[in-house]
Structure formats: structure tokens, C-alpha cells
Design a protein around this ligand. Structure first.
Ligand code: Q9C
Ligand code: ZN
Length: 372
């Protein structure tokens, strides 16, 4: 079952961004979602699409993001325009680089300064409706997560009574959303991401009082981040906790450049619950699938989670315009199948992937591979 919303394609449409200093089209575009939706709609036997979105309000978002950051996201564009900013949207001019910040780290005086405080790069343009778009993506993801709880309970019941799906056919749902989330930290946006959809949904699952493991503790979640880029946002949000487990396959030789090393293992209670597996540029199908299977066997399965959250990026694809792996469309069903073999109820949440012509078949390939 696929959860999405028309608002994902109508809201938040910056015209351009900067890549290697040059002005280019904004790659994180509505056309991405339209392409995926079109593919899924053309395979109605596999996918049921719903635009039903529940309103979970502000609380689950506030559990993950700082209020001053959220206030900034909500008000930045209006203030930016009043201050004479360009209508394309808010981007920082000065980011408090740590070498400068050690001299002084004063309170930002206007929106251009706040942009540096709350945004870490030049690829998260805030437009008139960016806050609403990010809010909507979070709500769609939460709606799908609530449904995951329901189908997971049915699945468990079926396993116990031996009536339902076998362990080899765990339920899977998909939140088809934009803007993506995994680069958004608790108090800073970047990398096309404003609110961290996967983190918000994961924390919501952990917070549900009626959802308990047999030992009485909260449900355990393993996050599997298969976007080409490292999910610095999700890592930061959960860096000091043992639930969820964050795992990521990505390259260290590209954006966001400064995070994603294997030595980033977590802190305090979180030590051992942050797993980064960097892969070289030009990684191929077999190399990628082997790394994924190893990650699953060595880290995800032993964690003994109740649910899997997949940060589903297909910017691993060989022709992605901003990435550098050599993964072909043949690999995506294999990736989906490897995730299915974990045997746990899974929510796939859309992150990156910018080769619009192949997004449908690649995302669809993962989902079909999961369904078996
Ligand atoms: N030379 C996601 O896939 N700019 N974000 C990259 C590369 C930002 C990617 C510049 C890329 C962000 C969700
Ligand atoms: Zn990405």
C-alpha cells in the first residue's frame, strides 16, 4: 500500500540551486514524485495508492526538531522577502564555520544570518510553502506508520495462529513523499531536507504507550538508509540512543562530505547503534547487494527490531545526475528482496533519486522485490 498526497507535487518548487558553483535546475522536483506515482499507478495489481492523510499535529515533529528551528522554517520566507531577499527562496550567505565560530558565535540579526544558523548548505531553498510541504510529508509518513502498526499486529497474529502470511512474507508499506528528510538534523536543514520524516515517524513509534515489546519496553526500530548520501540528520537525531538502530550504506566521497565514516559509532547509550558502511564511488550491483546483505546479517538481524524503516533513495542509480554509483535497474528488485528476508514489517519512505526517467522502475523494483 502506497501513501502519498497531491500536496507533495504542488508545494515547494524552488526554481534553481547551485551545483559546483553553477546555477542549475532544482533537482528535488515534483516531477520525481509524478514519475514514481505514474509507474505505481500503471501496476495496480501490485500497488494500492491512497491519499488519505491523518493529521497528527505538531507534537510528533516537536519530538525530533527544536522549536526555534521549526519557527524559523515557518517564518523565514516571509521575513526574507520583507528584507529584500530573492523570491527563489531563502539561502544562507554566511554559515558559522567552526573556524570562525570559535572567535565568536553571536545571535543572528536578520533572516540572512538566521539562514546560516539553520541551514548547512546551498541545497535546501525555503520557499513560501516549504514549511507546509515538509509538514505534509511528515504527516503522510506518520499516517503510513500508523497503518504499519495495524498490519504488523495482523501479521504477528497470523504467525501465532498460523493462519496469515508466513515469516517470509512480512507486510510492507511505502510513503511516497517530498521533500525528503534524512539530511535534516534536529536544528538545521540541508540537502533538500527540512523535516526528517523517518526520524519523526520512528520517534512516534517509540513513543506510543500501547506499543510494547514482550519485556515491557518500547518497540525497537532498525533504520536502513539506502540513499546514496549519508543520512547525517537521522544519525544526529538518534546518535545518543540505542533505539532506533541507524544503519547506512552510502559513499564518503560525495555530499554531505563530512559525516558517514565508520568511526561514527554513536555516543553514550548510543554507542554501537550507529552503523555507517561507506562504499567507493562506482560501486556496482553485485558489490552493493553484497554490502547490503552483510549489513543486514551482521547488524540489522542481531538487533532484533520490531519494525524496519527504510530511507529509500535510488540516487544509487548509475545515471543519477548528482551521484556516482554504477547500480543498474536490475539491482533494485534484489535490494527489495534482501530487505524482505529480514522478515519484519517495513515502511519504505522516499528520500533521494534524481534520474526522473528511471525513478519509477527503480523504486517500483525495490517495492516489487520486497513483495516477492
Ligand atoms: N555535488 C538527498 O538525496 N547537493 N539529498 C549535492 C553534489 C545536495 C541530496 C551537490 C544533494 C542532496 C535527499
Ligand atoms: Zn541522496
Amino acid at each position: 500500500k502506497v501513501f502519498t498526497s497531491a500536496l507533495c507535487t504542488t508545494m515547494h518548487t524552488p526554481a534553481y540551486e547551485f551545483l559546483s558553483g553553477a546555477e542549475t535546475q532544482y533537482y528535488e522536483s515534483p516531477a520525481r514524485l509524478e514519475a514514481i506515482l505514474h509507474y505505481l499507478e500503471s501496476n495496480p495489481s501490485s500497488f494500492e495508492i491512497t491519499e488519505h492523510v491523518e493529521d497528527f499535529g505538531y507534537a510528533p515533529i516537536q519530538r525530533v526538531h527544536r522549536q526555534d528551528f521549526l519557527d524559523y522554517l515557518e517564518t523565514a520566507y516571509k521575513e526574507w522577502i520583507l528584507e529584500g531577499g530573492h523570491p527563489n527562496g531563502v539561502l544562507p550567505a554566511t554559515i558559522p564555520h567552526y573556524k570562525v565560530a570559535r572567535l565568536g558565535r553571536q545571535t543572528p540579526v536578520n533572516t540572512l544570518a538566521k539562514a546560516g544558523e539553520y541551514c548547512f548548505d546551498l541545497s535546501a531553498v525555503i520557499t513560501k510553502d516549504t514549511f507546509k510541504a515538509a509538514w505534509n510529508a511528515a504527516q503522510v509518513t506518520l499516517t503510513a506508520t500508523k497503518e504499519l502498526v495495524r498490519v504488523a499486529a495482523e501479521y504477528e497474529q497470523g504467525l501465532v495462529e498460523g493462519t496469515g502470511a508466513a515469516r517470509s512474507n512480512p507486510p510492507g508499506l511505502y510513503a511516497l513523499v517530498r521533500p525528503p528528510g534524512h539530511h535534516a538534523q534536529s536544528d538545521v536543514c540541508g540537502g533538500y531536507c527540512f523535516m526528517n520524516n523517518v526520524a519523526i515517524a520512528t520517534q512516534w513509534l517509540i513513543d506510543q504507550p500501547e506499543l510494547k515489546r514482550k519485556d515491557g519496553g518500547p518497540k525497537k526500530i532498525a533504520i536502513l538508509d539506502i540513499d546514496f548520501h549519508h543520512g547525517n540528520g537521522t544519525q544526529e537525531i538518534f546518535y545518543t540512543t540505542s533505539n532506533p538502530l541507524y544503519t547506512s550504506l552510502h559513499t564518503r566521497d560525495d555530499y554531505p562530505y563530512f559525516t558517514g565514516a565508520e568511526v561514527e559509532i554513536g555516543e553514550g547509550q548510543g554507542v554501537g547503534f550507529n552503523i555507517n558502511i561507506p562504499l567507493p564511488q562506482s560501486t556496482t550491483d553485485d558489490e552493493y547487494v553484497a554490502a547490503l546483505e552483510k549489513l543486514i546479517q551482521e547488524h540489522v538481524v542481531p538487533y532484533d527490531a520490531d519494525y524496519i524503516m527504510v530511507s529509500l533513495g535510488v540516487d544509487t542509480y548509475k545515471d543519477d545526475p548528482i551521484a556516482g554509483f554504477l547500480v543498474t535497474s536490475d539491482a533494485y528488485p534484489r535490494i527489495g528482496n534482501a530487505i524482505r528476508k529480514i522478515g519484519l514489517p517495513t515502511l519504505f519512505v522516499q528520500e533521494g533519486g534524481y534520474c526522473v526517467e528511471k525513478l519509477g522502475v527503480n523504486v517500483g523494483g525495490i517495492l516489487q522485490g520486497y513483495l516477492g
